[in-house]
Write a protein that binds this ligand. Structure first.
Ligand SMILES: Cc1cc2nc3c(=O)[nH]c(=O)nc-3n(C[C@H](O)[C@H](O)[C@H](O)COP(=O)(O)O)c2cc1C
Length: 364
């Protein structure tokens, strides 16, 4: 009943301006108006990754719940984990509106929000009040005007160490000047050294919190090689691949394609999956990966897993398909694993990474 009401609301939401629709979705989640799963997650989807027990591998990507307003509602929708943020130390308004655009015919979105968020304080209070049930990651970033951006990430670790299940160090959003430069070899090494040393210092008082890095899909092969090498050297707990793309090759000529910002959704699927597969191969599967970018079905989620993802996240797919997508991905994934003879999702991770790379090399 609630579920069908929700699918009725979907065309209404997609007819509204994207930011208004997003605000309404958050309000609905706050008010408890959303479908709950009929059953617990299937057993073959359960796994332990970086020390955390995931009932299923499907999470919400950063940017949906920037201010940690509804992580518990997201978990109650049936998602295996939620990620809040990106959070910056000080509140900031982001870029002028309009700053989110739908590319309907391609099932894509371009956003140039620019880390609009309430800052660390209010989010910390909300997370502290909710307690520690369920896996809630905290995605941290830097304020637009901060000169030494490393300090903002270190502040994020300090503030959220007692409430975060894991941290995502977001160095890949295209809408904060200088942020993606942190992916360069020396800058990344310096940043991770500082972040991990703060994490280790906090671990003396609270639990040790896994630290993941979130990277862009627009990297040269040499840049990706450097990132993998540093992540291995620094023993990073995981990587999220990927953020939105600044490329427009997959949407040329489409309405809104010329807007500046990061492109997400179906047009990002192949590019982000190729980077995921390459990271998995280069790191010999030693670093758990979260695959994100263009997931809109059980098949696309499964493709990420066979390309090298241990977990997946989605955002834009929910805008077009509605929250019913969560349940259909979970049950569909379980069926696909059984069809292919895998006892558990872990057995399927990266089984087609080389195939994905070959396919991408042929097409690029
Ligand atoms: C409106 C919007 C806002 C986003 N904000 C953030 C953010 O604050 N931090 C971040 O790491 N990623 C952010 N993202 C990127 C998503 O987390 C995700 O990496 C990307 O959209 C690809 O996944 P998708 O194709 O399933 O949307 C945002 C995406 C969208 C569409």
């Amino acid at each position: 009943m609630t579920s069908s009401l929700f699918s009725l609301a979907q065309p209404f939401l997609t007819a509204l301006d994207p930011e208004t629709a997003h605000r309404l979705a958050i309000q609905a989640l706050k008010a408890g108006i959303y479908p709950r799963p009929d059953a617990a997650s299937p057993d073959n989807l359960a796994q332990t990754v970086f020390g955390l027990k995931f009932a299923n591998p499907v999470g919400i990507a950063a940017g949906f719940d920037k201010n940690a307003e509804v992580p518990d509602a997201i978990l109650r929708l049936g998602m295996g984990f939620a990620e809040v943020g990106t959070l910056t130390p000080a509140a900031q308004p982001g870029n002028p509106r309009p700053r989110v655009f739908r590319l309907k015919s391609k099932r894509g979105v371009i956003n140039r929000l620019g880390f609009n968020n309430d800052g660390h304080g209010p989010a910390f209070q909300r997370l502290q009040q909710r307690g520690q049930n369920g896996i809630v990651g905290v995605n941290i970033g830097a304020n637009k005007d901060t000169v030494d951006k490393t300090l903002d990430y270190v502040a994020g670790i300090k503030t959220f160490a007692q409430v975060a299940s894991y941290f995502t160090v977001n160095i890949s959003s295209p809408n904060t000047p200088g942020l993606r430069g942190l992916q360069q070899r020396d800058e990344l090494d310096h940043l991770l050294a500082a972040v991990l040393s703060q994490r280790d210092a906090c671990a003396k008082k609270h639990a040790r919190v896994p630290v993941l890095v979130k990277i862009a899909p627009d990297l040269t092969e040499a840049e990706l090689n450097d990132i993998v090498e540093i992540c291995l050297q620094r023993e990073i707990d995981g990587a999220i691949i990927s953020n939105t793309t600044i490329a427009r090759g997959s949407v040329q000529g489409v309405e809104n394609a010329d807007e500046s910002g990061g492109l997400s959704g179906a047009p990002l699927f192949e590019k982000s999956t190729a980077v995921l597969a390459r990271f998995h191969v280069l790191s010999a599967g030693k670093i758990p990966l979260i695959g994100v970018g263009g997931i809109d079905s059980a098949q696309t989620a499964y493709a990420k897993i066979t390309a090298g993802a241990t977990l997946v996240q989605l955002y834009t797919g929910l805008i077009y398909e509605g929250v019913g997508l969560v349940g259909s991905i979970i049950s569909g994934l379980s069926d696909l694993l059984a069809r292919d003879g895998y006892e558990n999702i872990t057995d399927a991770v990266g089984t087609k990474a080389e195939e994905w790379l070959t396919k991408f090399n042929q097409e690029s």
